[in-house]
Design a protein around this ligand. Structure first.
Ligand code: MEV
Length: 319
């Protein structure tokens, strides 16, 4: 099989507006892509950085099986990324999607987003054990996504035809609390264990999250600030009830709420210390930024930033 020359494919980050963890139990989630991108470059050569060798083996195996190839020609691999790792921003989904896209292009195989999703999901299963597939759907298809895992093999990925009202997005701030001690895999497994011991607790959590996610759909379209704050606060409290938000992050979130805003984890969260990125909202962004600054001076380093949402999913950058 003939290979291409110098291929770069990129994928964006994602955040959960709501529905993380409950989506593993078949409940809906609303996610959006975020304008931080990870890029995978494949070129002729044979240089694979040591830390990427395991990943290379996995993606090569998936693509080899898909294309029924005996072997994949040697290539050089580079990955660069603006997405903080393990911060709830879907960095592993972005790697899976962009890498599969780059390798297929290198092998001169045409791909559709559906094909990238199907193959990327095989990598996600190895990384996470039991992923819902929501992170990957968002980084592959981009935009604003309604996601639901109907059965382990059937996923509803519904790109929404509207944007989140700019009345809301212009007031979003993302605060990075740092990389959690636990991986997404650990946190999903922890909730599973809770489900085994206390099924009613996780069922109640999931049902409540489903109700909030459905309410959120019209609220983000219309830009209803009061309702948005209520839903984010209630959704966050509900996530706290299953133990995926650490004490230190609860404290920061409470400070933002006391100042009249709302905040929540936007991925798997964290139990011991950091919980990755927090999605924060306040009428005056400055209030959230000042809270982050005050913490950074006194206790934890809390960098904050704003980013464009609803950007394009996986895409070919260079061929
Ligand atoms: C992780 O970003 C979101 C979780 O719901 C896991 C998943 O959906 O696979 C915690």
């Amino acid at each position: 099989m003939k290979s291409g020359r110098n291929i770069t494919v990129s994928a964006p980050a994602k955040i959960h507006l709501l529905g993380e963890h409950s989506s593993v139990y078949g409940k809906p989630a609303i996610l959006t892509s975020v304008d931080l991108r990870l890029k995978v470059t494949i070129s002729q050569g044979r240089t694979i950085p040591e830390e990427l060798k395991k990943l290379q083996k996995l993606i090569d195996r998936i693509v080899k099986t898909e294309l029924k190839l005996k072997k994949i020609p040697l290539y050089s691999l580079e990955i660069s990324s603006d997405i903080p790792i393990g911060a709830g921003l879907g960095s592993s989904a972005a790697v899976s999607a962009a890498y599969v896209g780059a390798l297929l292009t290198y092998l001169r195989v045409t791909w559709s987003l559906e094909r990238i999703y199907r193959l990327g999901f095989k990598a996600e299963e190895v990384f996470h054990g039991n992923p819902s597939g929501g992170d990957l759907a968002t980084v592959v298809f981009g935009g604003l996504i309604w996601f639901r895992r109907e059965t382990p093999t059937l996923k509803l990925i519904q790109p929404l035809s509207f944007n989140i009202s700019s009345k809301l997005t212009k007031r979003f701030v993302l605060i990075n609390t740092g990389t959690p001690k636990e991986s997404t895999r650990d946190l999903v497994a922890m909730v599973k264990e809770l489900y085994t011991k206390k099924p009613k607790k996780v069922e109640n959590f999931s049902n409540y999250q489903e109700k909030l996610v459905k309410e959120l759909l019209t609220v983000i379209k219309e830009g209803n600030e009061k309702e948005f704050i209520r839903i984010i606060r209630e959704g966050e409290r509900n996530l706290e009830s299953i133990g995926v938000v650490s004490k230190s992050s609860k404290e920061i979130i409470m400070k933002i709420e006391e100042a009249g805003g709302a905040a929540k984890i936007c991925g798997a969260g964290g139990k011991a210390e950091a919980t990755g990125v927090l999605l924060c909202y306040h009428k005056q962004k400055k209030v959230v930024e000042n809270i982050a600054k005050a913490y950074s001076k006194n206790r934890y380093n809390l960098p904050y930033f704003s980013a464009k949402l609803g950007v394009e999913g996986v895409k070919l950058e260079k061929i």
